[in-house]
Design a protein. Structure first.
Length: 304
């Protein structure tokens, strides 16, 4: 009709690429082992050296890249450990109950560490007490090979790691121990000399590397993680501290310490919040490299 404005033609809004969410970001991180892999996954280093997603990303996707990319890029041979503990340094109560000191976010973190490993190592005490599955269930990813270090041959062959068939399992036992045979498929038994040399952490890692298992997560318990830490073979250490106080219980990290604070182990550390818990990630590889350099001392500091 005269005087009426001409109808406007509908225009489609420009299409926007959806922001990268946490699930898709994790799927991409699983494939990253080199800087070239990181670029192919959609990451790029910034001026500060930190890698970030090149597309719009949700806060969850950003947190995953910041938390796990250094571990992804650590190379084909990397040894990292994880412990969850109370504020006063215990990983279980005095009766051995550890379910659960840390919260759900830390358990998801542990499963992500498993997904980034070729093998997960636990000591005999952990398998006897907890009968853990050691598989990846709380996130996407392939379950690592399970390695049970059983110097005394005391782990019963009916434990789940030997019977559930959920992942390959290597049972490393002291030579000459009772030859109980695990009943499940995918279980290999390796007997080594039962002395300190046969079960030395570096010797065990060489054995795993010879089987193509170069990225190793040392998951527990406290004795096993402490042995690997004291041997100087850990590249990274993850300690999650829960806001609980036990007073007494099963200790976490324990090894012969220095007489003076100047000899304490110090390494670059990153901090993350996991729900109510606090994750401390120690970069021990960088700490060792720095320790090899001449140390400058503050004026007036006491000599070591």
């Amino acid at each position: 009709m005269p005087g009426e404005p001409a109808p406007q033609q509908a225009t489609s809004a420009p299409s926007r690429r959806p922001a990268l969410d946490a699930d898709r970001a994790w799927d991409r991180l699983l494939s990253v082992r080199t800087p070239r892999d990181a670029e192919a996954a959609g990451l790029a280093p910034g001026a500060d050296g930190e890698w970030r997603w090149t597309q719009a990303a949700t806060p969850g996707a950003t947190r995953l890249a910041r938390r796990y990319l250094p571990l992804c890029l650590a190379g084909p041979h990397c040894v990292f450990a994880q412990l969850g503990q109370s504020v006063d340094g215990f990983i279980a109560t005095r009766t051995g109950d550890a379910n659960y000191i840390t919260g759900e976010e830390d358990r998801r973190h542990l499963h992500r560490l498993r997904a980034l490993a070729d093998a997960v190592v636990v000591g005999a005490g952990t398998v006897v007490a907890d009968d853990p599955r050691l598989t990846v269930r709380a996130c996407a990813g392939r379950s690592p090979a399970r390695v049970v270090v059983d110097r005394g041959g005391r782990v019963p062959p009916d434990r789940g790691v030997f019977t559930d068939g959920a992942a390959p399992t290597l049972w490393i036992r002291g030579a000459g121990r009772a030859a109980a045979r695990p009943g499940g498929d995918g279980v290999a038994t390796l007997e080594v000399p039962g002395d300190d040399e046969g079960f030395a952490p570096r010797r065990l890692l060489d054995t795993l590397a010879g089987r193509g298992l170069g990225r190793v997560l040392v998951e527990g318990g406290g004795v096993t993680v402490s042995r690997f830490l004291a041997a100087g073979v850990l590249d990274r250490l993850h300690v999650t501290v829960a806001p609980v106080i036990l007073g007494e219980g099963v200790p976490g990290l324990r090894f012969p310490g220095p007489d003076r604070m100047g000899g304490a182990l110090r390494a670059p550390v990153r901090r993350f919040t996991l729900g109510e818990d606090t994750l401390l990630e120690f970069d021990l590889r960088t700490g060792r490299e720095r320790a090899d350099l001449p140390q400058q001392q503050h004026t007036g500091a006491g000599q070591a």
